[in-house]
Design a protein around this ligand. Structure first.
Ligand code: ATP
Ligand code: MG
Length: 415
């Protein structure tokens, strides 16, 4: 038997209902915030992610699913959503529309990572990208979308942590300071961090090794390296969040996993799991070949959201509910039942009938199993008399209904 690939999952049964509910809320919230949907392809030219995510990131260095197509071009399955949206923004000249451009997506995302709790190789991200504004107001608005969703889902104990990495000048200044500090402790760092130290010292702050964590704890704060403008920008983000009554803590250790972030970065942590991460990326559009464009966004992991909800609310149970089951006996009855079932379905009634040729007793057992509110059985007798008995399953009460009015009467009762 061929099994599913490690790090992937079938989403089904009761869980899929929860997914549908989550997705519906995401779409409703985006509509409220004036954010339109975008569906970009699942794969792009590898170069887009190398440039857009950053050569020194874990994603590009070891987590991408990359393959060569028949034209010998290197393609990569989307490891995150922002680069594809940035490409589409440029490609379709969206900067010509009234700004900002506000987009969201709900898409499968692929990373070749070691699988563990909360870490899959195919997972799903709800992402929001707002392009065409440098203002702190846009950072706060973007954060408020994620907050609205987590609030509405009733996630308890979520913590919002924010930081600013400053503009490229501040970042360069901080990189120098950090390099000095790390250089003095280099022998105590893990092998990966020794490499990171050369190419991108900021990444060391993101290391999950306990040894590195201990060193990083005393590292200088990026906030001390911010210039006046970047400090004011970060302060404004905080002022708006406070006005919006969105609680947060400033954590100067947050750098996030992607290279393109400038100024504000943030994450939402619940139950020790990072459920959402995002930030401002003012250089990305230029990096991908567009005009300089301020932008901010986030990615929220749906599997992690589901995990937190299950931990919080227990396993999901799904009680089936159908309006009516139309049982049947004999060839003519079968045919009539299926016709009436479709007539009801066209009116939005959750109707079912026999399609596996069960006996009548087994059909009624099945009607119970699917949680049908009403049932009826149609056979030669009913066809002849033109009268059919409609039964309310819970009370057992029966009512004679004319066959010609059956669909209209059932539709009326079930609406
Ligand atoms: P982490 O530090 O946990 O590896 P990250 O920095 O790689 O996270 P992002 O690239 O910011 O995460 O992705 C945004 C969100 O997507 C994460 O907060 C998380 O909820 C989710 N996510 C990321 N990688 C995975 C994965 N392998 N499996 C499931 N969800 C994931
Ligand atoms: Mg990661």
């Amino acid at each position: 038997m061929i099994q599913l690939v490690k790090g992937t999952k079938d989403i089904m049964g009761a869980e899929v209902k929860l997914w549908q509910d989550i997705e519906k809320r995401m779409r409703t919230i985006c509509e409220t915030f004036g954010i339109g949907e975008i569906r970009t392809p699942a794969f792009e030219f590898t170069e887009l992610f190398v440039r857009g995510v950053g050569e020194t990131t874990d994603i590009v260095q070891k987590e991408m699913y990359t393959f060569t197509d028949d034209g010998n071009r290197s393609l990569t399955l989307r490891p995150e959503g922002t680069a594809g949206v940035a490409r589409a923004y440029i490609e379709h000249g969206m900067h010509n529309q009234a700004q900002p451009t506000k987009l969201y997506y709900i898409s499968p995302t692929f990373r070749c990572e070691n699988t563990q709790a909360g870490r899959q190789r195919q997972f799903h991200q709800f992402g929001v990208e707002i392009l065409g504004s440098y203002s702190a107001a846009q950072d706060a608005e973007s954060i408020s979308v994620a907050t609205a969703l987590l609030d509405e889902m009733g996630i308890e104990g979520v913590e919002l942590r924010i930081n600013s990495l400053g503009c490229p000048d501040c970042r360069a200044e901080y990189n120098r300071t950090l390099k000095e500090f790390i250089g003095a402790n280099l022998d105590k760092l893990c092998p990966t961090c020794k490499e990171r130290f050369e190419k991108n010292p900021l990444r060391v702050l993101d290391c999950k090794e306990t040894g590195c964590q201990a060193i990083i704890a005393n590292a200088p704060s990026v906030l001390d390296c911010l210039d006046e403008e970047c400090t004011a920008h970060f302060q404004k983000v905080q002022d708006i969040l406070t006005e919006m009554e969105i609680p947060f803590t400033v954590d100067p250790k947050i750098v996030r996993g992607l290279d393109y972030y400038t100024r504000t970065v943030f994450e939402f942590v619940a139950n020790g799991l990072t459920v959402c991460g995002g930030g401002r990326y003012d250089k990305l559009i230029e990096e991908c070949g567009g005009k300089p464009t301020g932008a901010v966004g986030f990615g929220l992991g749906i599997e992690r959201l589901v995990m937190i909800l299950e931990r919080q609310n227990g396993a999901i149970v799904n009680e089936p509910k159908r309006d009516i089951y139309i049982g049947s006996m004999g060839q003519a009855g079968h045919i009539k039942a299926q016709g009436m079932t479709l007539a009801l379905r066209k009116q939005g009634i959750l109707a079912d009938c026999d399609t596996v040729e069960r006996g009548v007793k087994a059909q009624m057992k099945y009607a119970n199993k699917i949680g049908a509110r009403y049932s009826a059985i149609i056979g030669d007798g009913e066809l002849e008399s033109g009268i059919i008995s409609l039964k309310e399953m819970e009370s057992g009460e029966k009512e004679d209904v004319s066959l010609t009015d059956f669909v209209a009467i059932v539709a009326e009762k079930c609406k």
